[in-house]
Design a binder for this molecule. Structure first.
Ligand code: CA
Length: 654
C-alpha cells in the first residue's frame, strides 16, 4: 500500500516535471534523423534526449523475436544518438530501444522510418531508389490550373479498397494500390470502373483516405475480411501494408504505391493524401512515446494525455521537434511519392504557425500544391483557440482551405441530427446559409451573416480558403441522409434533392469536393460511421453507375461546365463582391447571377436558380436572350424561367 502510494507520488512528480521540462529539451536541426543508407554503410540517428543508453537491434527476418546483433548507439549532439555501420545492411530489419529511468523501453522503429515489415513493427533497410517503377523519374503531376488557382480543382474523396473490392469493379488485383492502378477496368455490362471512371468523370484531384501505415488492419492476414478507414497512424512516412501484395517486404508497398500514383498522373489525375498528424493510433506504445516519453503530445494539467481528437491523445505541433517532424514528413511525401496535396485531419488541433510553415515550404517545391483540412477539433485542447487552425481563423491560414460545414449542413441538414433537413430537402429558412456557401464564406454585401446556420461572420480571406461540399466519408452518404431525414418523399423526389444538392456544390464558389459514388447515389445502407464496417457496406457497387447512368452523366456535365467557365471559380473576395449578385426571390428559392465578362469568362452573364420547395417555381428573368447551360431541358417562357420542384436552372447570355 505504502509502496504503491510512494510510486504514484513519484510518477506524478515525474509527469509534472516532464510536462514543464519538454520545452527545455534540446532541438536537433539536422535532416538526417532515421536511416541514411548507402551500400557501403548505414547511418542511424534517433532523437531521445532523456535516454541514458540506446541500442540498434538488427534482425534477419521480419518475424524474428531475437536480434542477431545488438549495436550500441553513441550519444551525439542535441539529444540524438548515432551509429554508423560500415556494412551493406540492405534487407536487414531493425528497431531501437532506449534506456530511460533505468528501464529499457519497447523496441520500436523510429518515427522517421521509411520502410517497414508487416504491421510496421520493425524498420527495414532498403535502397529506396530501387523502388522506383519504370518511368518514375519522368513522372509529372498533370496541370490542373494555368495560374495555380486552388479554385480550379474539383476534388473526389475515395477509399482505396472501396474503389475496387466489389465484384462488379472488373479489377483483377482487388483492394489495394495495384488494383487502383489498373486501366481499362469495366463492369460485366461494359461500364468503366475505378481509375477509368475517375478520369471519365473529369475531376482533377483524387483525395485518398489514409494510405500511410496505419494500425488497425492485421497485414499478416490478407485473407481474413478486415476493413478500416485508416485514421489510426502507426508509421507516418511509410505506405500501408494491407494495400500491398507483400507487406513483409518493405520495398513492395513503396513500389506499388508509386505505380498507382504514376497511373493516376498518366490519366491526368492528381493525388491528395489524407494526413493524420493530430494523433497516433496508440499512445504509450507509439514510436514517438517509446523514444521520448510524453514529448510529442499535449497534456492536461495533471500530466495525463489531453485528447482533442477523441482518439486518446493529441500531438503537440507547437513543440519544435513535432513541428519539424510534420514538416519533414509532408516534404518527404511530395519529393519521394510526388504527392499533389494534403487534407489535414482535425487540422484545428494543429497550431496556425505550423500549418503556415508547412504551406510555405510545400509551395516552394510545388507551387500548385493543394492544401486543406478540417477546421475543427473533436474535443477541448490546451492549445489556445486563437492559435488553432480552426475555421474561424481560416483567414489567417496561408493558402490552406477549410471545410465549410455551413453549406454542408445548409444543403442537407445537420449531420448530428438524423431527422434534420436542409435547403435541398425542403427545410424553410436555409436560404442565407446557402448564399453564404455560394459566396464561399467570404464577405459579401448581400449575405446577412446573422441568418447563417453556424458562422455569424465571414471566415474566408478568398474563395480558395474554403472547401465547398455537402458530404464526405464521415456521417451518412448524401443519399442515405436524404432518405433518413425525408422518408415520406418519393424516390423520384429524393433523386431530385440529391441532384439539387450536388448542383449547388458544383456551381458555388470555393473548391468543390465530392464523395466517391455520389454521382450514382451511393448508399452505405444507413451506416453512419462505417470506419470498420465490412465491404458489403463500404464497397462501391459499380452496377449502380450503370443503373443511374443519366445522373452520372449529369454530374460529368456539371464538372465540365465548371472547368470551362472561370465565373464559377473566382479567386478574390473583391471579384465575388462585384460579380456575384443575389436577386430577390420567393422563400425556398435562391437566384443569383455571375458577371462572366469581368472574370474573362466566354459567357457574358450566368443566371442560376435553385428551388428547394415542393412546387415548381416561375421566376422572371433579366432582359436579353437566355440559353440553358446544360442543354434544352429548361422551359424559358419569354421573360420567365421554370425551376421544377427540388430543381435547378443554369442559364447564360453569350
Ligand atoms: Ca498497417
Amino acid at each position: 500500500m505504502k509502496r504503491t502510494f510512494i510510486f504514484l507520488l513519484f510518477t506524478c512528480l515525474m509527469q509534472e516535471m516532464n510536462a514543464q521540462d519538454y520545452k527545455s529539451y534540446p532541438v536537433y536541426e539536422g535532416s538526417d534523423l532515421g536511416l541514411v543508407y548507402t551500400p557501403a554503410a548505414a547511418q542511424f540517428r534517433i532523437w531521445s534526449p532523456l535516454a541514458a543508453d540506446a541500442q540498434l537491434l538488427l534482425y534477419k527476418y521480419d518475424e524474428d523475436k531475437i536480434p542477431y546483433q545488438t549495436i550500441r548507439l553513441k550519444k551525439a549532439e542535441k539529444g540524438t544518438w548515432f551509429v554508423k555501420v560500415n556494412k551493406n545492411l540492405q534487407g536487414v530489419y531493425y528497431a531501437f530501444r532506449v534506456l530511460i529511468n533505468n528501464k529499457w523501453n519497447d523496441a520500436v522503429p523510429d518515427p522517421y522510418v521509411k520502410a517497414v515489415g508487416a504491421n510496421g513493427k520493425k524498420g527495414q533497410v532498403i535502397n529506396i531508389a530501387s523502388t522506383n517503377p519504370a518511368g518514375w523519374t519522368k513522372d509529372k503531376s498533370p496541370a490542373f490550373s494555368e495560374q495555380n488557382n486552388a479554385t480550379d480543382a474539383v476534388i473526389y474523396e475515395l477509399h482505396i479498397r472501396d474503389a475496387s473490392i466489389h465484384a462488379s469493379s472488373g479489377v483483377k488485383k482487388k483492394g489495394g494500390f495495384a488494383g487502383l492502378a489498373e486501366a481499362g477496368t469495366k463492369t460485366p455490362g461494359g461500364t468503366a470502373t475505378a481509375l477509368d471512371h475517375l478520369q471519365e468523370l473529369g475531376v482533377t484531384h483524387i483525395h485518398l483516405l489514409p494510405f500511410f501505415d496505419y494500425n488497425s488492419v492485421d497485414e499478416t492476414k490478407p485473407n481474413t475480411p478486415q476493413y478500416n478507414w485508416g485514421y489510426d497512424p502507426l508509421n507516418y512516412n511509410v505506405p500501408e501494408g494491407s494495400y500491398s501484395s507483400n507487406p513483409v517486404d518493405g520495398a513492395t508497398r513503396i513500389r506499388e504505391l508509386k505505380q498507382m500514383i504514376k497511373a493516376f498522373h498518366d490519366k491526368g489525375l492528381r493525388v491528395v493524401m489524407d494526413a493524420v498528424y493530430n494523433h497516433t493510433g496508440v499512445t504509450e506504445a507509439s514510436n514517438f512515446n517509446q523514444l521520448v516519453p510524453g514529448y510529442y503530445y499535449r497534456h492536461k494539467k495533471d500530466g495525463s494525455f489531453s485528447d482533442a481528437t477523441a482518439c486518446g491523445n493529441e500531438t503537440a505541433s507547437e513543440m519544435p521537434m513535432m513541428r519539424k517532424f510534420m514538416l519533414e514528413s509532408v516534404l518527404y511525401w511530395v519529393k519521394e511519392y510526388h504527392i499533389d496535396g494534403f487534407r489535414f485531419d482535425l487540422m484545428g488541433v494543429h497550431d496556425i504557425e505550423t500549418m503556415n510553415l508547412i504551406s510555405r515550404e510545400l509551395h516552394k517545391i510545388k507551387p500548385d500544391i493543394l492544401l486543406y483540412g478540417e477546421g475543427w477539433t473533436a474535443g477541448d485542447s490546451p492549445l489556445p483557440e486563437d492559435q488553432r487552425a480552426v475555421k474561424k481563423n481560416a483567414f489567417m491560414l496561408d493558402r490552406i482551405a477549410v471545410f465549410s460545414d455551413d453549406i454542408r449542413d445548409g444543403i442537407k441538414g445537420s449531420v448530428f441530427d438524423i431527422k434534420d433537413r436542409g435547403f435541398a430537402t425542403g427545410k424553410a429558412g436555409m436560404e442565407t446559409s446557402i448564399r453564404f456557401g455560394i459566396a464561399a464564406a467570404c464577405d459579401h454585401p448581400q449575405v446577412d451573416f446573422q441568418q447563417v446556420n453556424y458562422s455569424k461572420a465571414p471566415y474566408a480571406k478568398a474563395p480558395w480558403n474554403v472547401i465547398t461540399y455537402c458530404e464526405c466519408h464521415d456521417n451518412n452518404t448524401l443519399w442515405d441522409k436524404i432518405s433518413l431525414s425525408y422518408p415520406a418523399a418519393s424516390e423520384a423526389d429524393r433523386k431530385r434533392m440529391h441532384r439539387l444538392a450536388l448542383t449547388i456544390v458544383l456551381t458555388s464558389q470555393g473548391i468543390p469536393f465530392l464523395h466517391a459514388g455520389t454521382e450514382f447515389f451511393r448508399s452505405k445502407e444507413g451506416v453512419e460511421n462505417s470506419y470498420k464496417s465490412p465491404d458489403s457496406i463500404n464497397a462501391i457497387d459499380w452496377t449502380q453507375k450503370e443503373k443511374n447512368k443519366s445522373f452520372n452523366d449529369y454530374i460529368k456535365q456539371l464538372i465540365a461546365l465548371r472547368k470551362a467557365h472561370p465565373a464559377f471559380r473566382m479567386n478574390t473576395t473583391d471579384q465575388l463582391k462585384q460579380q456575384l449578385h443575389f436577386e430577390k426571390s420567393e422563400p425556398g428559392t435562391i437566384i443569383y447571377t455571375l458577371d462572366g465578362s469581368a472574370v474573362k469568362d466566354s459567357w457574358k452573364k450566368i443566371w442560376i436558380g435553385f428551388n428547394g420547395t415542393t412546387e415548381d417555381a416561375f421566376v422572371s428573368l433579366p432582359k436579353g436572350e437566355w440559353k440553358d447551360a446544360l442543354g434544352k431541358e429548361t422551359e424559358i417562357l419569354k421573360e420567365f424561367a421554370k425551376i421544377e420542384r427540388y430543381g435547378s436552372v443554369i442559364l447564360y447570355q453569350q
